[in-house]
Design a protein around this ligand. Sequence first.
Ligand SMILES: [Zn+2]
Ligand SMILES: [Zn+2]
Length: 99
Amino acid sequence: MPFKRWLYPRNWKAIATRIKTAAGWCCEQCGHPHDPAGYYGLAVHHIDGNCANNADENLVALCQRCHLALHARKLVGQLMFEFSWPIWWRKRQPPAERD
Ligand SMILES: [Zn+2]
Ligand SMILES: [Zn+2]
């Protein structure tokens, strides 16, 4: 999606750093460590697509490759999105829906 700077809060950088730190500076999809030189730079993705929703459960740390793939897949549709990204998706379901 286009980068909508005005929707991001002033402390976005701090929020993004917090999410990446919580993920251990590894992609939550493929597990690759943060490596901008190798095109695995981590990005923080908004799961619901709303850049103003910066709740922890709406944010996920993804490497450049997974992030681009995710956005490409989202064009195909929500169904494929849910089937293709179960690892961190499941991790963020409410506790009652786990297991
Ligand atoms: Zn990745
Ligand atoms: Zn994204």
